[in-house]
Ligand binder design. Sequence first.
Ligand SMILES: Cc1cc2nc3c(=O)[nH]c(=O)nc-3n(C[C@H](O)[C@H](O)[C@H](O)COP(=O)(O)OP(=O)(O)OC[C@H]3O[C@@H](n4cnc5c(N)ncnc54)[C@H](O)[C@@H]3O)c2cc1C
Length: 480
Amino acid sequence: MNVVPPTSASLIAPLAGVLPSGGLLTAEEDLARYSRDWSGDHFGRPLAVARPASVEEMSALMRRCHEEHIPVVPQGGLTGLVGAAVAADNGEVVISLERLNKVRSINPIDFAIVVEAGCILEDAKRAAEDNDCLLPITFGAQGSCRIGGNVATNAGGFNVLRYGMTRDLVLGLEVVLADGRVWNGLKVLRKDNRGYDLKQVFIGSEGTLGIVTAAALKLYPRPTHIETALIGLRSVEDAMTLYARARRDCSDLLSAFELILRRGIEITLQARPDFADPLSRAYPVYVLVEVSAGGLVDLSAMLGDFLAGATDLVEDGVIASSRAQGERLWLYREIMVERQGRGGRYLRTDVSVPISKLAHFVADTLAVLEEARPDALAVTYGHVGDGNIHLNVVPPLGMGPEAVEQLFEDAEAHIFAVVDRYGGSISAEHGIGRVKQKAFLERIDPVALDLAAGIKEAFDPRHILSNGRILAPKSVIDYR
Ligand SMILES: Cc1cc2nc3c(=O)[nH]c(=O)nc-3n(C[C@H](O)[C@H](O)[C@H](O)COP(=O)(O)OP(=O)(O)OC[C@H]3O[C@@H](n4cnc5c(N)ncnc54)[C@H](O)[C@@H]3O)c2cc1C
């Protein structure tokens, strides 16, 4: 049978009148800001942008999309790095969560916040702070990413080694399902063993199983003291030995341990002439260490004593003397992340291996890359307290687009081959989306793939939700 593909206008016609005025954008000039993600690598013009302002509106919208087989993709702050939140060109309706952005409640005795999915992470963090609490999801994109995106990607960040990933912080969820039903699992209970823990299925599902409309998240006491140090070391191996000691000696108060190889510091120095080399001379490896606590702990003495006892490892270091100086030390890392690509494309990886193997893994991978693609400029940094490292590849200046594509393909294949040898993961944080799908499907255990396909079928039998992210795309037309 010949299936005539529907036109853009005919696909979205059934959505007319489902949302109140202003809820559905179709004008070209309105669609632009929902079409490109933070990285600039992914572009897709949506058929339309739906902006429900309540759970009831979201439910009505999804019911209609389900009835009419209209493909959709939920969108948060567009900071995701695997091309998952941008529409397939002219093939999907973007559902923006931006109007569902309220903090519904905070209870400092429950140590819990209930927040809508479109709330910007930084706003939720500020609301927690106003109640003397900490929402510990922390990373560079927190001023733009949204809570629903954090849940859908199971976001990590700087403080995972102390507080866990987003998954560890979710107490409950409210989700609008593909057919418009609302699952109200928005509990703030710390313990609840009634049957299957359904929220886990949605966390990290990258918009493929349901649309998160609100989340109940754990809070922690807000630290009143934070101490930050930047340390220079001889090798990644020394950095990892220092990490293991810090875990033991800093009384569980270690909240970040970030590794940066020298090239990362040089990127910041080149990008910002107002930034001086942070230590007395250049070192091959740096770590940013943060300890934090509330109450009566003398953190400054603890960190000072710890570093004084590690002179066999620490070559040089600076301990921030104020919060402002601590924040400036963090800028060496943040500027590097933003400027590493020199304004152009670069290959991003976010792999993980067991923490105990990380130093050897980095050495092996850099050696393999150097041998296979000496023209690749590797930029290496990461949340090494979680065994998670970003081994990014910047092309040489002036390389043509096709050669750049080939370089990325070669470099990624080499990096992932070493990850496989170390029993690691090709995605520690950013997820699969569309960018990592091929590599993911090449590696997934067949039983796991069967189970995953069964879950997708149960939650979204018409494949209208984020079709082609994580799992291979299905033709939505086949399901009409
Ligand atoms: C500078 C920078 C630093 C970063 N650092 C980190 C880091 O340290 N750790 C880390 O984990 N990530 C990091 N990221 C990646 C990114 O910020 C996270 O993945 C973030 O959680 C994405 O949130 P978002 O709101 O931007 O989601 P989007 O990019 O809009 O969407 C991401 C995915 O979630 C889905 N989605 C969004 N909202 C919903 C919803 N309400 N319901 C269902 N699905 C939804 C989308 O369809 C898509 O699949 C970084 C990104 C940048 C740009």
